[in-house]
Ligand binder design. Sequence first.
Ligand code: ZN
Ligand code: ZN
Length: 578
Amino acid sequence: MPFITVVPSLRTVPGVESFDYAVDAESDLSVGDLILVPFRQRQTAALIVSLSETSTVAAKAIKLKNPARLLRLGPVAIELLRRLSAWTFSSQPSILHAWLRKVPKRAKEPIYALPPSGQITLAFNTRETRFLSDLRHGGTGLVKTAKQLSGRTLILSPWKRSAGILAEELKCPILHSDIADGEAWRLLSGFVAGSIPCLVATKVGAWLACFAEHVLIEEPENDDFKQDEMAPRFDARWIVDETYRLRRGLSVIEFSLTPRLTSQPSAAAPSIRLEPRFENLSRRGRTEIEPLMAATLFRIEEAVSRRRPVLIIHPPRGERGRYICANCGWQAVCQACGYSLTQYKTHGLCRKCGRKNPLPAACPNCQGTDFSRGVLGQEKLKEQLARLPYAKDIQVWNLTQTAELPFPPESLVVLTNAAYLSGAAEDIRRRERLVIAWRRLAAKAEAAKSDLIVQAQEEILPVLRETLKAEGLAKEQAREFQERQVFGFPPAEVLVKLLIDGPEAKASSILAELGKSLPLGWTFTGPYLVPHRATARGNRFIILIKAPADTHPTRLVHVFKKYQDKAFIDIDPVAFFC
Ligand SMILES: [Zn+2]
Ligand SMILES: [Zn+2]
């Protein structure tokens, strides 16, 4: 009696990878088929990864009678699943589950796709990066290209809303993490089966590159392509790269604005022609609208009088970004995790763990009652703007809106503090992220034919001034790379992050083990306690390991495999602190 080995779609720990079932001798099941199998009293979707005449568990194997078939995923998907599992130290079932989400209990009709190779038209793989200063809106670049392509096309975008804008312009459906399971299944099975020829997706749909003839990637420099919090941690860009190696007949086009940092600064980056107006943020020259300098407010009035839309980008939330005593410097922190609180009318909200905390009316340290020192938040800014007679003509946006939405045409865009662009975390990549976000902001303003006013502290004005032009950017990237070399951070060296949950003794024992087992020339530091964790979640420690830049990926996987039960292992982290 023949047997099949399947990877079920469910969350398992690494090491729990596959199960055997017995099938009829006449069965026409093949490797790569997604079928339904009985598993612990339930029907579970499962991918057939091999067929054989024998099984080590033959006596206990359940016999399948004509199992329902769902999809034919084929050999490339199996190999991608295997490689992604090795690279992220997650089990294959967990990854398959993340890909498929919830599969319908009963297949109404089998959606039995042709093997992908039957539809491939190109003989060779092609890959290119197009650097465009106007990434989207108005049909340039990506949208225009996508409309000209024939064959199954997968378009990957870093964010839900920008993906939505692309989907609207292309009149095709969109797959992201917030759509319902049933609809997600309809889209992904339709794309695999070929009935949906064009699909826009965020990172959750990257694996569908296995079935595409064309993959278009919007803003590949953007780290939102990487899952940083959830397990399995994967990077959509890595998945496309790996699929590119596995598949024949795949074309990949990246639409980029700022090249990723490498040892060779790229000369291909476009210059942004827009000339922003810079305002030095200083104590003097502030107005009744706290975050705005007098010169900025003057230009806003002027724009309003000409009936131009005005957009103020001001990310801090709540009333005050922090609740700080002006007298003694005492600061309210979250009772659960110790992170600083954002002030709302009646409470302080922790942006780290989401807990609501009461706020004292007087400082517990000195009884002071002046809490006006913290950075002004959006709520309070809107309150102050409301004093102006033309308040209704001004919109206030946060960073998510700024990243995802186009600017109103011919508007005046004001960024209250350029430092907000690089995000809150102190990290060695802060400046790199600032440059990427800054160029995107300026390019969008240029695309919308808007004027841009940027308020910034004096020390970051030079980098803002220089990096809009290609030469300035190349210079900045060369400087940045040199710094990474000096301090030994990616891309000059490989950095691996181990996250260890539990007492410090556990982290220390892993550290001792690393000391004995790491290859010559590799270094490690830590354990560092991760700050601001909710007390209920316990301690987490980080160990950083550095390896030479030319270390082969399979070697990395091999070296860290033995730690996969004790730690979360991140081989290509997007965030690394100093
Ligand atoms: Zn005080
Ligand atoms: Zn908290």
